[in-house]
Unconditional design. Structure first.
Lengths: 423, 222, 409
């Protein structure tokens, strides 16, 4: 039967070439849409290493200072901590600098590994946090969490892997258990400035879903870096207090948290801030555009197949009548049209896959300004090609089946006697 | 024993405005091995009767028994199988599939049965040589003359080795010389044991057959 | 026969409508972002500098780089005194979600409102609808008193219907005098929108408004000259003002537009390629579909065309007839598509225009004559792409063949 259908496709190549061409183009574009969306969505839905639910960001601001006022920022922060902890909705509070996953900005420094001179990495994210940070963001730590206010814990750090249980970057990976210390050196003299001892490890952290994960290092926030205005203040609230928390908290705490010269400016949900941030990076725009293009292509191929097979049913009415007369059942006629579509798709998919594999060069995609995934940095291998093929083919097959269903049913409804006399 | 038995067949075509009675209470028996001609003017219902006999159309009333089997209650799949195995068709306008070559056209009925590529191919070659077209196997219908096309159609009807062949004006589109060739072929087939029912309006051709029945206005008159 | 055609016509119209909808959505969004309408009614003669890069060469291959939006110092020294522009202004970003603590002086009822920090010249660039009071003047701007202009809705919320002009409000516990109240401005307007406009020097975007579009090259040359001056005064540091960008470039989606002229040009090149590619996809895919349909349709009408020709129709008459018939479908599809693109823009304004839910889109941008001309042009183009081949084929059929069309199985 397959051979027979193949013959028909070949003999009708003049009309099939349009459909085939359309299939190939659509397959190719969908391939790249799949490639991009799969990686993004996979990252979006995977475990990010932290939890932003019930987390809020508290923004404090400074009033204009009159005269020369002495400010002990650390003491003010302690007052703040004491007062905020008294609020019944608050579970934990954390101070940090450039460390929260919902605000722009990261900080990377060159680190030497285990004191070795030749092994260093430039892209380890450095985060300065108070001890409460791990509770606020629900970060699973294996090992000890430092006491940020204890001076002897000053050089204790917690590190996170890049993927699996490996620490490093996309060119260099080490088992995380083998990392004992990370040190900074002076950029000119190469003298060792600080040696951090690994006290614990945590789960891999995906800061924002559109960026590949990076290894990171948590170190204790120092007393002298504490500042109510410039630190990020994050709080985890009790689930039962979550509803309407921001407004209620501002109303109830405005006066108490006016700690001259600082005052409470705003309270915002961390999830909301993170969404805003990815919107700001244009990533949601990219994804929405990809969804729009995908839907456009899908609807078009649907209409294309619907129309083409409708015409085919019309112009082959007598052929179908004849087939019925010669002993084909209605179901077989329907099946033949389905099979014909699937074979067209299969032929197109082979051609399209070859094209896509050759076009996968990031340079070409970059030149066209198409959002794409840097495979090396994401650590994505060739298995992605199979995923792309599977999803693209499956999706197109489903749509094609839906589209051919109506014409096929029309075809099978034909009474053979009727069409055989339509001359 | 009769191989085809039509009992009280009535067929009415209904459109929005008019109701046309194509067949009215027709009874007919065809015996095994017979070569029967059906005659009558255009629109007398003879083609309709042939379609009903061939299970291509359903009567409004009456029973169709073929080879002793009652067909009225058959489902689509059973009907298809039955047509495929018991009946062969020949049409006035040949009804070959233009996008397939001669060999593929002839093989068509076997596609709907269990058979291997090789056995199909061989059988097709065999029947094509019977109708004298071995040299045209790779040609497409558009490259053949009318008579050749009809011979291909006959080969197609024969390949399934059916008990009955139903021919609707098989010579209608052909000149007399070619028509004669086709009739000779059909007679050969009939002598080999196949029952043939042929609709025609050509007296001279009908006379060569064993029995003639005539239709007028949806009724059998002879 | 009629029903078959109806079905195929519906599919064709749907295909056309979808293509036109996608294309027109892009164009309408572009139009909304670029058309000169109040309050941003000088967009066509405005140049934007939104990014500055200061660099110091460390060695052959590396630089120290400071970059960001234009700083007040740089603006004061190098941009505020350009000669050719009619108006020069620097203003902060406006993020409606980034709110400040605001209260009426002497009251302890605190509100959260977003603000934009602007200079006096800002008020010349945009046409605001003042309900009460005035914008602050250059003298106001220079004075020690901080001045603000409020949007109507914020003034109403703060003062509960009392007169706002002349009163004092506190923003982050700092006193500000209200000089005027304006009608609310939609966030569609990237630079004119605001809630509270505060008079102060800020870092941000610099707008250079020319007297005439033709002055652009002169202004750009003056900006380059300012960069040179910086280079001389700040050796070994040098400066790059990105752009200056015209309205269209300023509205591009991607934020990263390079750290020097070469990168900037490259980004624009890529953006243009991306647009062409996108339009090509949006046109070619439906055109392939429709081509297939119209070829099938022509095949069915072969004998009709044969008859027409036998009775004297010339090649080009057939060609035009087929194209013309198809154009009707294209135009119906185009019209439906345009309507849907409006719906899409209004419905998806959050994504497409990056505006907040409450703001409205100016109607003028939707109904500009340019839009209708473009729709028509796109329809004709799509028509040519989809029916061109079949029309050509029909016009070239030989009479005998088409009359004797052997329409068997």
């Amino acid at each position: 039967m397959i051979q027979h259908i193949f013959k028909i496709i070949w003999n009708e190549r003049k009309t099939n070439v349009w459909l085939l061409l359309e299939y190939i183009i659509i397959f190719c574009i969908l391939w790249f849409c799949t490639d991009y969306l799969y990686t993004m969505l996979h990252s979006y839905f995977s475990h990010k290493g932290y939890d932003l639910k019930y987390v809020y960001d508290i923004q404090m601001q400074k009033k204009p200072i009159s005269g020369d006022m002495e400010i002990d920022d650390y003491a003010l922060a302690m007052t703040f901590l004491e007062r905020i902890n008294r609020h019944p909705g608050i579970e934990t509070v954390a101070f940090s600098t450039v460390s929260v996953p919902y605000q722009p900005g990261t900080w990377t420094t060159r680190y030497y590994i285990n004191g070795q001179d030749s092994i260093f990495m430039n892209d380890i994210q450095r985060k300065r946090v108070s001890s409460g940070y791990f509770d606020v963001f629900r970060i699973n730590v294996e090992g000890d969490i430092f006491d940020w206010q204890d001076y002897t814990d000053r050089e204790k750090i917690i590190i996170t892997p890049l993927r699996g249980d490996r620490f490093g970057n996309h060119t260099m990976l080490f088992p995380i258990s083998e990392i004992h210390s990370l040190d900074n050196r002076h950029w000119q003299s190469g003298e060792i400035e600080r040696v951090h001892q690994v006290a614990g490890t945590a789960d891999r952290i995906i800061r924002l879903f559109h960026q590949p994960a990076m290894s990171s290092l948590f170190e204790p926030l120092q007393r002298e870096d504490v500042n109510l205005q410039s630190n990020n203040i994050s709080v985890r609230v009790k689930p039962e207090a979550d509803k309407g928390f921001a407004e209620r908290f501002v109303r109830e705490m405005r006066e108490q948290l006016t700690i001259e010269p600082y005052f409470l400016s705003s309270v915002t949900s961390a999830q909301h801030l993170q969404t805003q941030l990815t919107t700001f990076y244009g990533i949601r725009n990219h994804m929405n555009s990809t969804y729009a293009i995908t839907s456009f292509l899908i609807v078009n191929i649907f209409l294309g197949i619907l129309g083409a097979f409708w015409f085919r049913t019309q112009s082959r009415r007598s052929e179908i009548g004849l087939r019925l007369a010669l002993g084909s059942s209605r179901r077989k006629v329907q099946g033949m049209m389905l099979l014909e579509t699937m074979m067209l798709l299969s032929i197109a998919s082979v051609a399209a896959t070859i094209i896509c594999l050759h076009l996968s060069n990031p340079e070409i995609l970059r030149m066209l300004g198409i959002p794409f995934v840097d495979k090396a940095r994401w650590g994505i291998g060739n298995e992605q090609n199979f995923i792309n093929f599977g999803i693209t083919f499956g999706f197109l097959a489903l749509i094609s089946m839906l589209a051919v269903w109506h014409p096929a049913r029309q075809a099978a409804k034909i009474m053979p006697a009727e069409t055989l006399h339509e001359e | 024993m009769s191989i085809i038995n039509l009992q009280n067949i009535t067929k009415i075509y209904q459109t929005k405005e008019v109701e046309t009675v194509a067949l009215e209470n027709v009874n007919l028996e065809v015996n095994e091995g017979e070569f029967l001609s059906v005659m009558g003017p255009s629109g007398c219902g003879k083609s309709t009767m042939l379609n009903i006999m061939g299970l291509l159309d359903l009567p409004n009333e009456g029973k169709v028994l073929i080879n002793g089997t009652e067909t009225n209650q058959m489902k689509d799949g059973q009907l298809a199988e039955f047509r495929n195995e018991t009946l062969g068709f020949i049409f006035q306008s040949f009804h070959l599939i233009n996008s397939l070559n001669v060999l593929d056209n002839v093989e068509l009925p076997l596609l709907y049965r269990k058979s291997t590529d090789k056995s199909r191919r061989e059988l097709a070659k065999e029947v094509l040589s019977k109708v004298g077209l071995s040299h045209r196997m790779k040609h497409f219908p558009s490259q053949l003359s009318g008579g050749q096309c009809q011979r291909v159609a006959i080969a197609r009807a024969l390949i399934g080795n059916p008990k009955i062949i139903l021919a609707d004006e098989p010579t209608g589109n052909l000149d007399s010389k070619m028509g004669e060739e086709i009739m000779n072929l059909l007679h050969t087939v009939n002598q080999a044991g196949t029952t043939i029912v042929m609709v025609t309006h050509d007296e001279s051709i009908a006379k060569e057959t064993q029995r003639i029945i005539r239709f007028f206005d949806g009724r059998r008159i002879q | 026969m009629l029903k078959q055609n109806k079905f195929i016509s519906i599919i064709s119209i749907a295909g056309t409508a979808l293509a036109i909808m996608m294309i027109m959505t892009l164009i309408v969004v572009n139009e909304v972002k670029n058309i000169s309408i109040a309050p941003e009614d000088k967009r066509d003669r405005t140049l934007y500098i939104t990014f500055q890069v200061e660099r110091e060469r460390v060695n052959e291959s590396s630089f120290n780089t400071r970059s960001g939006d234009v700083s007040p110092n740089i603006f004061n020294k190098y941009l505020s005194d350009l000669k050719t522009p009619e108006y020069i202004s620097i203003m902060s970003d406006f993020n409606p979600e980034f709110k400040q603590t605001v209260n009426v002086e002497g009251e302890s009822n605190y509100f959260q409102f977003p603000r934009r920090i602007v200079d006096a010249s800002y008020w010349n660039i945009f046409s605001f609808d003042f309900i009460d009071g005035n914008p602050f003047s250059e003298e106001d701007f220079q004075s020690d008193v901080r001045n603000v202009v409020l949007s109507e809705s914020i003034a109403r919320e703060l003062f509960k219907g009392e007169k706002a002009v002349g009163r004092t409000i506190q923003i982050n516990f700092e006193n500000h005098r209200v000089t005027g109240v304006v009608k609310d401005v939609s966030t569609v307007f990237k630079y004119a929108s605001g809630g509270i406009w505060v008079s102060r020097r800020s870092h941000g975007a610099v707008l250079l408004v020319a007297r005439d579009k033709q002055d652009f090259p002169t202004i750009i040359a003056e900006v380059r000259e300012a960069e040179r001056r910086y280079g001389i005064e700040n050796e070994p540091w040098f400066l790059y003002f990105r752009g200056p960008e015209n309205q269209k470039v300023n509205n591009m989606d991607n934020m990263w537009r390079g750290n020097n002229e070469e990168e900037f040009r490259n980004v624009i090149k890529i953006e243009n390629r991306r647009r062409i590619f996108l339009f090509a996809v949006l046109l070619i895919i439906p055109a392939l579909n429709l081509s297939g349909f119209s070829l099938s349709r022509i095949k069915k009408r072969t004998s009709e065309i044969g008859v027409r020709k036998a009775f004297g129709a010339k090649k080009h008459t057939i060609l035009i007839q087929v194209l013309y018939e198809n154009l009707i479908t294209s135009l119906i599809g185009g019209f439906i598509g345009l309507i849907f693109s409006y719906i899409a823009v209004v419905w998806l304004k959050n994504w497409l225009l990056g505006v907040t839910d409450s703001s409205t889109i100016p109607l003028n941008a939707f109904l500009s004559p340019a839009i209708f001309v473009i729709v028509f042009a796109v329809c004709v183009l799509l028509n040519l792409l989809s029916a061109g081949l079949s029309a050509l084929k029909a016009s070239r059929m030989s009479i005998v063949n088409s009359l004797n069309k052997n329409d068997q199985l």
